[in-house]
Write a protein that binds this ligand. Sequence first.
Ligand code: PLP
Length: 432
Amino acid sequence: MTFATATAALPATLPPAAFALRDGALHCEDVPLSRIAERFGTPTYVYSKASILAAYAGYAEALAGQPALVCYAMKANPNLAIVNLLARQGSGFDIVSGGELQRVLAAGGDPAKVVFSGVGKTEAEIEAALAAGILCFNLESIAELEVVERVAARMGRRAPVSVRTNPDVDPKTHPYITTGLKSNKFGVAYADTLALYQRAAASAHLEVVGIDCHIGSQITEVQPYVDAADRVLDLVEALEHEGIRLRHVDFGGGLGIAYRDETPPAPGDLIRALRERMQARGHGGKTLMVEPGRSIVGPAGALLTRVILLKHGETRNFAVVDAAMNDLMRPALYQAWMQVLPVQTGNGVAARYDVVGPVCESGDWLARERDLAIAAGDLLVFTAAGAYGMSMASNYNTRGRAAEVMVDGSLVYEVRRRETVEELMAAESLLP
Ligand SMILES: *Cc1c(COP(=O)(O)O)cnc(C)c1O
């Protein structure tokens, strides 16, 4: 089959650059996806090393010449190989649990480049983070400030803190992933932020180092960030007026990626806009921080799955595949649209399918009403699945989690082997 024919058979939306058609077969970098399926089985998450590095560089290069730190929000994908790869580029990390801190340390990340976010940090987690010497606790409430202060006092330490303020801008994204509105559980109300800083500045066991915000996820415009930046910088200036000086300003993560027909700004565009605001308002000397997750790993990953069988119903046709909602939760959780492509073109007769998994839930669908020319046994791939894919996977229906592999040119590395049922049962025990 020629390249031109194969391309014509594909939907209008093309896969991200790391995943491209060559001679009618989808590749990740230089490796045919069919070869990965043969070697590692399915379902398997496939990541492109070059794509991760390019996304990180998009942020880092636009920050050249500016005091800055990119803290990868590792909840998007906490695989040790990914954390290690980014640590080697000098990346910091945004963590939301003690478990994620352990991953940073295990992967050789620098704890002095770690910020700790989240609304419910436990005393044990705070203690571990203080002992590791993290860069900053991003405080989300007065109650949390008090816990951090208490733990620091007990340890004879001063905890570095930032307050996550809620700039109350609408990032125009899905309601489940909006975080910067007043009605949200995250952050400190804008009007209360100053008082929290005064409380922190007066404490012998807290050291004010920065300010942060995070307005949402899958944001496809720069403007909400610029609006949030101006609100945050207003606070920075009010704090300086009170004699409270900050070392860093952290604008959070949330930059969107192309799932379907979105055209999000590139990381460099976002950074240039934020730098411009910092400079224009006389804060160019402060450390500019961001916490990208999805935009670093999302386009770099895909979920490879095999069609178990085709089921032709009265009103709908189903392609039952060996990946399910436990492997890729975004469609069930957010009604997210994920692109699905045949790995090899030219099989079967075209029909309209709902692509579903074998899990016993009606919510177990991965894609709806897609025109696919496929047959039982064919391979399919969900693209742009590198973020919030494997990191949200569960063992529902006693399904071992998928294998994960990283492609580097023509090489393939298994970075997490497929989970076995024995492993799933290992922590359980029978009654005596
Ligand atoms: C989830 C999260 C991020 C990353 O969001 P993305 O949309 O993946 O870029 C950054 N900061 C905080 C506080 C988060 O909760």
